[in-house]
Every structure is written in C-alpha cells, then in structure tokens.
Ligand binder design. Structure first.
Ligand SMILES: NC(=O)c1ccc[n+]([C@@H]2O[C@H](COP(=O)([O-])OP(=O)(O)OC[C@H]3O[C@@H](n4cnc5c(N)ncnc54)[C@H](OP(=O)(O)O)[C@@H]3O)[C@@H](O)[C@H]2O)c1
Length: 229
C-alpha cells in the first residue's frame, strides 16, 4: 500500500495558494494549509479534507509555534506561496514609505526564508521539495513592469535569499524550486492576466513531481522552462 504524499502550503486563503491545495488534493496528497485569518478560510474549508492552521508569515513567534506544533511530521513538499504586491506607486519618487517598503521586503523575501529555516528539518530527506513562489519579474534583467520596481526587487531578493539559504544547507539532496506561476488571474494578477489558477497550479504541481530527487536550486516557470536569474 502506498501512503499519500504530504504537503504544507503557506498562504492558502485564496488565489494560487488555494489553487495549489485544490490540485494537490485532487492528486491524492494529504495537505496542511495555513491562512492568516481563519475567518477568511471558507473557500479552503470547502475543498474538503485539508488541515487548516493559522499563520501570519510575518509573525516570527507564530512561525516558531507552528513548527513546534507540527514537530515530528515530515512533508514531501513545503510550498511558501504567500506574498504581497506592495505599495500602489513603486516608482522612485512615488512616495512609498519606509514602513511599506520594509513590509514588502520582509513578507516577500525575508519571512519565507525564516520559515524555511524552521521547517527544513521536516522535509523528507532525499525526495523532499522546498518550493518558493517567486516570479519572472524577479529576474534581474527583465525589463517588463518597471511600475512594479519594488515588487520585482522583492522577488529578486527572495531568489538571492534562497540561494544563500541553499548554500548554507551544505551537503543535501533537498530540491529547492523558485517558481514562476505564469501571469495568473488572481486578486494580485488581475482579470487581464494570461492564465487561470487551475492551469498554473496544475503546471506547478507537475514541476514539483518532475523535480523530485533531482536536488539543487532551480528557477523555472509552471511549464518547467528555466528562467535566467
Ligand atoms: N498572480 C500572478 O500573476 C503572480 C505572478 C507571479 C508571482 N505571483 C506570486 O504568487 C503568490 C500568490 O499570489 P496570488 O496571485 O495568489 O495573490 P493573492 O490572490 O493576492 O493571494 C495572496 C495570498 O498570500 C497571502 N498572504 C499575504 N501576506 C501574507 C502573510 N503575511 N502571511 C500569510 N499569508 C499572507 C494572502 O492571505 P490573505 O487572504 O490573508 O491576504 C493570500 O492567501 C505570491 O507570492 C505572488 O507574488 C503571482
């Protein structure tokens, strides 16, 4: 008898996180998913057999508490999906405050790595996958969307933080993915985006499966195409 694979999805109240849970459940995975506001988890609850935990990714005490609570559990996949777009105006003199910029970089780049540090010991040795929701906009020579300069830099920072994290892991066969989901119709992506959530998350889960036991750190999109750093 084969046992179900286990996943921990961070940031699953809506959009791509919710879609990832849906796709994984359809594939027979056992899923634990976090939301920062359990009152806002109806859509997740409606998916059925998913364990829901409360977590604001920015709250370091809460990250520690969750890691204690889930101590002893092993995950085939840890997917840090939560992220924010940041201030409305992101051009140099657009008036973004220090607090807004700090919040953006903390949530998108620093907090995901802090969480990964806490949970890396609970990812299945040899075959486990650690995935971060990056973006092609984090590719440093990408000319698109200069109006999202701060968001783009926050995803470049996430990729860089991930690189430092992986380097410090030393000898490991853990596979680490920095994933671009495509331009997706969500609250963040908007209605004019290229693809729907289901297309993106189907592709993302396919890539997670394809990269099992490969090791290393890869920056790819939902179709498995490599993106230049
Ligand atoms: N949509 C796209 O086209 C696109 C393209 C490239 C990359 N991405 C990335 O994909 C990820 C998901 O984006 P999306 O399009 O699904 O965006 P979304 O619809 O705005 O959803 C964002 C999700 O992140 C959660 N979140 C934000 N800050 C959090 C925090 N501090 N702690 C815990 N959860 C938090 C939100 O929870 P609440 O409901 O509580 O706010 C929500 O579940 C993000 O990292 C985004 O940067 C998206």
């Amino acid at each position: 008898m084969s046992t179900a694979k286990t996943a921990l999805i961070i940031g699953a109240s809506r959009g791509l996180g919710l879609g990832l849970v849906k796709t994984l459940l359809a594939d027979g995975w056992q899923v634990t998913a976090t939301v920062r506001n359990p009152q806002n988890a109806e859509a997740l609850q409606a998916l059925g057999k998913v364990r829901i935990e409360k977590l604001d990714l920015d709250d370091q005490q809460a990250v520690l508490a969750l890691s204690q609570q889930l101590k002893g559990e092993v995950f085939d996949l840890l997917f840090v999906n939560a992220g924010v777009k940041g201030p409305d105006v992101q051009t140099p003199n657009g008036g973004a405050t220090m607090a807004e910029v700090g919040q953006l970089f903390f949530t998108n780049a620093v907090a995901p790595i802090n969480l990964a540090e806490r949970f890396v010991g609970q990812i299945r040795p040899d075959t486990g996958v650690l995935a971060f929701m990056s973006s092609v906009l984090g590719s440093v020579t990408m000319p698109d969307a200069p109006e999202l300069a701060l968001y783009k830099a926050s995803k470049a920072a996430l990729n860089s933080m991930t690189n430092s994290f992986v380097t410090q892991l030393g000898d490991t066969r853990l596979t680490v993915l920095s994933l671009h989901p495509g331009w997706v119709k969500t609250d963040m992506g908007g209605e004019g985006a290229d693809i729907d959530v289901e297309t993106s998350t189907r592709g993302l889960v396919d890539q997670v499966n394809a990269f099992v036991a490969k090791g290393g750190h890869h920056f790819i999109n939902y179709r498995g195409e490599t993106i230049p750093w």
